[in-house]
Write a protein that binds this ligand. Sequence first.
Ligand SMILES: Nc1ncnc2c1ncn2[C@@H]1O[C@H](COP(=O)(O)OP(=O)(O)OP(=O)(O)O)[C@@H](O)[C@H]1O
Ligand SMILES: [Mg+2]
Length: 272
Amino acid sequence: MTQQTKKQFQKPEMTVEELQHALFEANQQLRMSNLALQEQEAMKNEIFSNISHDLRSPLTALSSSLEYLLSLEDFTKEQAEPYLNLMTTKVQGLGKLINDIFLLTTLENASHSLTLTPYPIGVYLEEVFFLYDADPSFSDYPLTLDLPLDFPYEVLLNPENFLRLLDNLMQNAKKYSVPGSSIVMGATIDSSNKEVILFVQDHGIGIPESLTSKIFQRTYTVSDARTPGSSGCGLGLSIASSIATLHGGYILCESKEKEGSTFYVHLPLYNH
Ligand SMILES: Nc1ncnc2c1ncn2[C@@H]1O[C@H](COP(=O)(O)OP(=O)(O)OP(=O)(O)O)[C@@H](O)[C@H]1O
Ligand SMILES: [Mg+2]
């Protein structure tokens, strides 16, 4: 009898029951992976369809305004002005959307990393705050900077990129509030002295508690926000979240409907 045939008659390492069990487990795992893939595919399709919708609707408004203006034999500046203003807004919205899609894909590219340098976060926040304080589009929203007098902490920062994160939070704070409602920007240190926590707080419409983590998903908008006229595409918070991740941090949201929301950005403290 050859060596090989001998081997065939050796006692199997697993009993039939054990083999059946292993097969069952493997099958279960395959089914779970398949389900996860199907979910991912459905999410991708939804994102694609939301983005297509957000690209198509301003184009429709643009082409019908153009068609209307071209159909007139003659028109005065006053007659054309509302259409030109509408077209400008739509073109700006399209530009923002295209920039956001580009930024998000760049940030989510696995090989992407940011150049980070140690930065005194209190000084940085003051600089950013004064940008908004001087911004006429925020003039109807009383702004407060809530920063301890002595805040000597440093974090690793890409100042330009981090401004995109804060800007998304500040624009949301304004967009989802009514004029006259105050917005607070601030920073604090966590109790274990390991993280700096930046926050943006508004007193606007708020978010149902069950949705405070969903809003970070790409193109997710709380249903009534995705209404005609709302310029939100649901990319701002996913961009903010990717930027926080690239800084070694994360964002949390606390909110109460009709009372307002606070977004907390946790960043690791830089130790020399
Ligand atoms: N401060 C806030 N108050 C209430 N709802 C908010 C606030 N910030 C975000 N949301 C909700 O979360 C959703 C996702 O926010 P996100 O910033 O990602 O998208 P967006 O503001 O709709 O569009 P954009 O891509 O222009 O930022 C918003 O559509 C809104 O429903
Ligand atoms: Mg937004």
